[in-house]
Design a protein around this ligand. Structure first.
Ligand code: NAD
Ligand SMILES: CC1=CC=C[C@H](O)[C@@H]1O
Length: 277
């Protein structure tokens, strides 16, 4: 077990990537506090993991929610070693020109209050416990934190802002607390919802053919799943193997940044020389 005795706090751990992280952390011997606004998601976590998880229902847009989660984590488990700000929403790649004048202010505020302010408030609320444990923070970014096209201007701008949080907080909090990010690409096994202000709150990413879209684009040849992405968070949370690791964002996206001018060659170059093995 790579995380035996460690304690994590995951926001958005009630579904998708966050749930996969919680599942994997518990399997690696960690105990996990989870902040999520979904009572159903939290109930499912308690059903699956019992006392290894403490579930806190709240909204990441409010500091009090994070304070309650941090307090219940320390109360239940005695400490906090690793914070994973992860809860997020998407804009379904809504272009600026297609964002109505009458909702753009609300849409901006909603996106940045969840995907950026929600991350910063998590860090703020957990600073005392992370200082005591000399722990770490791992933010969930996205390919949209580096490249266009993984969302619209609101989502892409918000994820780029998270990269800035990683750099600034690594600078401010070192050497006591390591701060990094992980930037997955499109993921299977997630339920990412859209902005309520764009009337997309009931739309799930699972309803779009993301796997098909990515298969011909990614050098890895396929979309990863949330479960396949959780291991990177385990590594970033381990203490022995990450001593110099801070201020970094791992592009864990199937090669989005090296997909070339016309997409992947789908392995044809090597297949031509070495046959289909
Ligand atoms: N799904 C993808 O393809 C993908 C790819 C790269 C990055 N990401 C990022 O991964 C993170 C997790 O997304 P996901 O795809 O697992 O989505 P998801 O909807 O499956 O899970 C997100 C969880 O966060 C919770 N949540 C949302 N808003 C909240 C709020 N205001 N307060 C409290 N909880 C809230 C939801 O209830 C849900 O349980 C997000 O930051 C997202 O931007 C997703
Ligand atoms: C390809 C993607 C879809 C939804 C959100 C992710 O961050 C990614 O940009």
């Amino acid at each position: 077990m790579k995380l035996k005795g460690e304690v994590a706090l995951v926001t958005g751990g009630g579904a998708g990537l966050g749930r996969a992280i919680v599942d994997r952390f518990v399997s690696e011997g960690a105990r996990v506090a989870v902040l999520d606004r979904s009572s159903d998601g939290l109930s499912a976590l308690k059903e699956a993991h019992g006392d290894a998880v403490v579930a806190v229902e709240g909204d990441v847009r409010f500091l009090d929610s994070h304070r309650e989660a941090a307090a219940k984590c320390v109360e239940q488990f005695g400490k906090l070693d690793c914070l994973i700000p992860n809860a997020g929403v998407w804009d379904y790649s809504t272009a600026l020109v297609d964002t109505p004048d009458e909702v753009i202010e609300e849409a901006f505020d909603e996106m940045f209050s969840v995907n950026v302010k929600g991350y910063l408030l998590a860090a703020k609320a957990c600073l005392p416990a992370l200082y005591d444990s000399k722990g770490s923070i791992t933010f969930t970014v996205s390919n949209a934190g580096f490249y266009p096209g993984g969302g619209g201007a609101l989502y892409t701008g918000a994820k780029h802002a998270v990269v800035g949080l990683v750099k600034q907080l690594a600078f401010e909090l070192g050497p006591h607390i390591r701060v990094n990010g992980i930037a997955p690409g499109g993921l299977g096994g997630t339920d990412l919802r859209g902005l309520k202000s764009l009337n997309l709150q009931d739309t799930s990413i699972s309803t779009i053919p993301l796997a098909d879209m990515l298969a011909g684009v990614l050098p890895t040849g396929r979309m990863a799943t949330a479960t396949e992405s959780a291991g990177a968070y385990v590594f970033f949370a381990t203490r022995a193997d990450t001593v110099p690791l801070t201020g970094s964002v791992l592009n864990f996206d199937g090669g989005m940044g090296v997909r070339g001018l016309d997409g992947t060659n789908r392995g044809a170059l090597l297949d031509q020389h070495f046959g289909q093995k």
